[in-house]
Design a protein around this ligand. Structure first.
Ligand code: ZN
Length: 154
C-alpha cells in the first residue's frame, strides 16, 4: 500500500470510502481532495479509539459518503459522513457495539457525537464524529425502527 492511500497508521483511504451500497448502485464514492484533511483528522482520532479498545482491529462500516450515496443509505443531509468527519465502526474483538460505546464514553477521547445505533440488532454499530476544536461530546442511542434519539447509552 502506498503512502497516499493511508490516512493514518491503521486506516486506509480504501476502507474510509468503501461502501457495499455504492458498489451495488455503481456510485463513485471517491474522496474529494478538499476533504482529505477532514478524513485524515478523523482517522487520526480513530487511532485513539483503537488504542482505547485494546488495540483491537476496528471495522469501518461507513466512512465518507458523497451526497448521492448518503441519500441512498437514508443518511441525514447534514450528516458528518458527508464532510468526512464521522465514521460508523464496529470492534467485534473488543465486544458488542454497546460495550464499545460505553468504553469510549468512559474514556477521555474528545468526540463531537457518539451514537449507539440499533443496539438490539446483531449488526449494531457505533457512529462517532469529530469536529476539530468544537467537539460537543454528545452521547445518544438510536434503536432500529424508532426515529427518536435517546440521550445516553441505552
Ligand atoms: Zn454514522
Amino acid at each position: 500500500m502506498n503512502t497516499s492511500s493511508r490516512l493514518s497508521p491503521h486506516f486506509s483511504l480504501k476502507e474510509f470510502i468503501a461502501s457495499a451500497t455504492a458498489d451495488r448502485l455503481k456510485i463513485d464514492n471517491s474522496l474529494p481532495d478538499a476533504l482529505r484533511g477532514n478524513a485524515t483528522h478523523t482517522c487520526e482520532q480513530l487511532e485513539k479509539v483503537r488504542k482505547q479498545l485494546g488495540s483491537n482491529p476496528i471495522i469501518i462500516t461507513s466512512g465518507w459518503r458523497n451526497p448521492t450515496l448518503n441519500k441512498a443509505v437514508g443518511g441525514s443531509a447534514s450528516s458528518d459522513h458527508a464532510t468526512a468527519r464521522a465514521v460508523d465502526i464496529r470492534c467485534p474483538k473488543f465486544g458488542t457495539a454497546r460495550s464499545v460505546a460505553r468504553a469510549l464514553v468512559a474514556s477521555n477521547i474528545e468526540f463531537d457525537q457518539l451514537i449507539l445505533e440499533s443496539p438490539t440488532l446483531p449488526s449494531a454499530w457505533v457512529h462517532i464524529g469529530f469536529r476539530k476544536g468544537a467537539n460537543r461530546r454528545q452521547v445518544l442511542t438510536k434503536f432500529a425502527g424508532d426515529k427518536t434519539y435517546y440521550v445516553g447509552i441505552k
